[in-house]
Design a protein around this ligand. Structure first.
Ligand SMILES: *[C@@H]1O[C@H](CO)[C@@H](O)[C@H](O)[C@H]1NC(C)=O
Ligand SMILES: *[C@@H]1O[C@H](CO)[C@@H](O)[C@H](O)[C@H]1NC(C)=O
Length: 328
């Protein structure tokens, strides 16, 4: 297998006409551009969907080869299924992000396995395992709290997609956008810009398990769809709100249900902001917010005006808590 692949890359490299620039993409599923880099740069495998030109000769021979092979023809790609599996396992082990503690609660940001920048949001369907690589946008698109949109995200998840073991840097604006239900495991936002995650699912449940978000001027999760988000073993530090059901989206409504378990949130605002007039709920268990800020309740609208806050704290109906604490 190894030799066959090495031959494949040699053949393919010989055919390739252009070379990818410094920091440019040079491979990944669906990539049809150059698969070798300009002189002095090496094509390094990041994950099944992305390889990038990095400086120097690196150790990247193997990694460049795998992604090159995959992009060459459809039939090659079909036969790589077993290799993909092997490689994903290897990446996880090397990055230290999978297995054991990846989806458990930790308040320590995991070390990155390297960094990658992309010029646009990366669309994910199926499962994407970042192997603890740090992803960011270049050119940078973060403009603080100015309104940005899906195209300013780092990742766009198609319905049913899973993303795991990723660090998201400060130069993107909207973190992750989920077009439908999604699963987010051990993802760390190092410096949230506009928000970290936007949920647009029409119904069903999205899952955030493990990981954390730091330095969010306002919201971490913006819940614009309907249905449920389950947040477990998650860490938030220095933030505005952990989750906000959209207060004044056009076509606004609900219910939106937030379920939090084993969340640790420090130096920030409420865990949930919900609109009780739409039947939104927030159920918090086994969690800590160091100021005891669990919920704010609002009356939402769909005409864009500021939604009035009607109360704070558990009310036994829309916001419920069990085993919550203020010592984090
Ligand atoms: C927006 O909708 C809310 C709730 O339906 C209503 O109370 C408010 O007056 C409306 N504001 C405007 C500017 O239409
Ligand atoms: C809509 O609500 C958001 C908060 O959810 C607020 O930041 C924004 O100012 C509101 N829009 C208007 C026009 O009041």
């Amino acid at each position: 297998m190894k030799q066959a692949s090495a031959l494949a890359i040699l053949a393919y490299a010989a055919m390739a006409s252009a070379q990818a620039p410094a920091y440019g993409q040079c491979g990944g599923q669906g990539w049809t551009g150059p698969t070798t880099c300009v002189s002095g740069w090496t094509c390094q495998y990041s994950n099944d969907w992305y390889s990038q030109c990095v400086q120097g000769s690196g150790s990247g021979g193997t990694t460049a080869r795998t992604s090159t092979t995959r992009t060459s023809t459809t039939s090659t790609r079909t036969t790589t299924t077993s290799r993909t599996t092997t490689r994903a396992t290897t990446t996880t082990a090397a990055g230290g992000g999978g297995g054991g503690g990846g989806t458990g609660l930790t308040t320590v940001v995991p070390a990155s396995a390297g960094s990658t920048t992309l010029p646009s949001a990366k669309v994910v369907s199926g499962v994407f395992d970042g192997g603890m690589m740090k992803y960011d946008r270049n050119p940078k698109v973060c403009q603080g709290q100015s309104e940005t949109g899906e195209s300013d995200a780092m990742f766009i998840l198609e319905s049913g997609a899973t993303i795991r073991n990723v660090l998201i840097g400060p130069n993107q604006a909207e973190g992750i956008h989920c077009r439908g239900t999604c699963t987010i495991e051990n993802v760390w936002w190092l410096d949230v810009c506009e928000d970290a995650l936007t949920l647009k699912q029409a119904s069903g449940t999205s899952y955030i398990t493990g990981g954390g978000a730091l330095h969010a001027d306002d919201k971490i999760v913006q819940f614009n769809g309907r249905g449920t988000v389950s947040i477990k073993n998650f860490y938030a530090n220095d933030y505005g709100k952990v989750v906000r059901s959209c207060g004044n989206c056009s076509g606004n409504g609900g219910p939106r249900n937030v379920v939090m378990d084993n969340v640790v949130a420090k130096d920030g605002g409420v865990l949930c902001g919900i609109n009780t007039n739409y039947g939104d709920t927030c159920k918090i268990s086994n969690s800590c917010q160091d100021d005891g800020k669990y919920c704010d309740r609002y009356t939402g609208n769909s005409n864009g005006s500021e939604p009035p806050k009607i109360g704070s704290g558990p009310d036994g109906t829309y916001c419920t808590t069990s085993n919550v604490r203020t010592s984090c």
